[in-house]
Design a protein around this ligand. Structure first.
Ligand SMILES: NC(=O)c1ccc[n+]([C@@H]2O[C@H](COP(=O)([O-])OP(=O)(O)OC[C@H]3O[C@@H](n4cnc5c(N)ncnc54)[C@H](OP(=O)(O)O)[C@@H]3O)[C@@H](O)[C@H]2O)c1
Length: 442
């Protein structure tokens, strides 16, 4: 091992972003592991030079402008750990690639929005673009897909990719407390950002899913094609009812392969059968399940965030570059993928939720006035749309309410048909508000 490390190409790093991940990476370069023996730090950049930091940066050259650091002749590899899909992160990554320097980043937002263009730029300048840390933090899932599974045809990738949402859902399930209360606790404990929108809306998991799907199915990342739905509408009643039915609710990110490449990408709360490996992923953990042929089903679990796990993935990318690995990440696992990338994959608006999709069973929760005949009207309406109910739960009335939640699950159907029926619920005067619909996953 000693000889293997000493044979590697020494690399001079420029690190932009000295927060959680940047600090973790500097710790690894300063430590005693393999990275410390091949990497030196030529310069660092962040927003505020005077800020007190957990790592000592006094011996590194300081750059106010990350773009100047990215293009500096003393930098071999530019490490972007600032975040953001545009602004300084994008400008600096582009400057590094233009200068023919390889880039390692953890920035899923940047790659999900602009990955195809950045990969093309890297190829044009003979540079490498690496981003293992951008998906599921410490879980080496990009490596698993592009290296370990390179001889497989992958049919589906799904997972729990946002630790904040998983922590919130787990706590709501465990304690019976409401979304807002648990979110406030998660913010106090540091599991959720002061502005949690990117996490709870599903967008962060959507960024990661677009990247995973691109690698798994040899496509270009297309965040605009991901149907997004967040966890804000989930109530303790939903979690309790799901449990009663033998399921858990998770924010599931899922991409499936169709005839021409990626068929469907969605991030949405989903009832996961209690026997599915993802049902047992609790708290801030992440998990990825890969269905591939001939290997079968693989499940990877671990810590998807935090200084150590994320820096571990950044360091592995840097070590790969030191090994001289030049295989592009977005090229996918090999000969099974289509060669063509969709035009305009980096642009466009977010996909309309639920526009297409295979047959699935669904969970529907709606609130109705507590009076006779209401349930019969709802079942009639569903029957007129040829939708069959599999199970029907009527929860006891909740305190302070003259209405009751009713919960049903359907036999397999197309979501568009179910949505058409639900649109007619609005005309039933006893139905209050809008229905919540979640798919069931076995
Ligand atoms: N945290 C994780 O566990 C995790 C996991 C996977 C991926 N990531 C990704 O890793 C990246 C970094 O995340 P993080 O958690 O380390 O973030 P963070 O703790 O907020 O740190 C961000 C760093 O970037 C600097 N920065 C922010 N905006 C800047 C700007 N406009 N110009 C120059 N510097 C700027 C900040 O400077 P100051 O220090 O001066 O404020 C700070 O040092 C993000 O893309 C994130 O999505 C994070």
């Amino acid at each position: 091992v000693e000889r293997a490390v000493s044979d590697l190409k020494p690399l001079r790093l420029g690190i932009a972003g000295l927060g959680t991940v940047g600090g973790g990476l500097i710790g690894l370069v300063a430590g005693s592991g393999p990275l410390s023996r091949i990497a030196t730090i030529s310069g660092v950049s962040a927003r505020s030079r005077g800020r007190s930091r957990e790592v000592d940066i006094s011996s590194f050259a300081w750059f106010d402008d990350p773009v100047a650091l990215a293009a500096h002749p003393d930098v071999d590899v530019f490490v972007e750990l600032m975040g953001g899909s545009d602004g300084p992160a994008r400008l600096a990554v582009e400057a590094a690639l233009r200068a023919g320097k390889s880039v390692v980043t953890a920035n899923k937002a940047l790659l999900a929005e602009h990955g195809a263009a950045l990969q093309a730029q890297a190829a044009a300048h003979g540079a490498q673009l690496r981003w293992e840390a951008a998906v599921a933090g410490g879980i080496p899932v990009v490596k698993a897909l592009r290296e370990g599974l390179s001889a497989n045809a992958i049919s589906a990738v799904c997972g729990v990719l946002n630790g904040t949402c998983n922590y919130i859902l787990t706590e709501m399930d465990r304690t019976g407390r409401a979304f807002g209360d648990v979110l406030a606790d998660a913010q106090r404990l540091g599991y959720a950002e002061a502005d949690p929108t990117l996490d709870v809306s599903g967008a962060d998991a959507g960024h990661k899913l677009a990247l995973l799907a691109a690698v798994a199915f040899s496509g270009a990342p297309d965040f605009g094609a991901v149907c997004l739905e967040g966890i804000e509408a989930i109530t303790p009643t939903d979690l309790e009812s799901a449990r009663f039915l033998g399921y858990r609710i998770k924010l599931l990110a899922k991409a499936t392969r169709g005839a021409g490449g990626i068929a469907l990408q969605s991030v949405r709360p989903t009832l996961i059968h209690q026997d599915h490996p993802i049902a047992r992923i609790d708290g801030p953990l992440n998990a990825v399940v890969i269905d591939a042929e001939p290997v079968g089903r693989l499940t990877l679990t671990g810590r998807g965030a935090g200084a150590g796990p994320t820096a571990s993935a950044v360091a592995a990318d840097i070590l790969d570059l030191a090994h001289g690995d030049t295989r592009p990440v977005f090229a996918g696992p090999g000969s099974y993928g289509p060669d063509s990338w969709p035009a305009g994959a980096d642009a466009g608006t977010q996909a309309e939720p639920h526009s297409t999709g295979p047959l699935s069973r669904f969970y529907v929760r709606l609130r109705v006035a507590d009076r006779p005949g209401v349930i019969a009207r709802i079942t009639d309406l569903l029957a007129r749309h040829q939708l069959s109910i599999e199970s029907f739960l009527q929860k006891p009335p909740e305190a302070m309410a003259d209405s009751v939640p009713i919960i049903l699950t359907t036999q397999p159907c197309h979501e568009t048909d179910l949505r058409a029926a639900i649109a007619e619920f609005a005309g039933v005067d006893a139905v209050i508000g809008t229905a919540l619909v979640m798919p069931l996953e076995l």
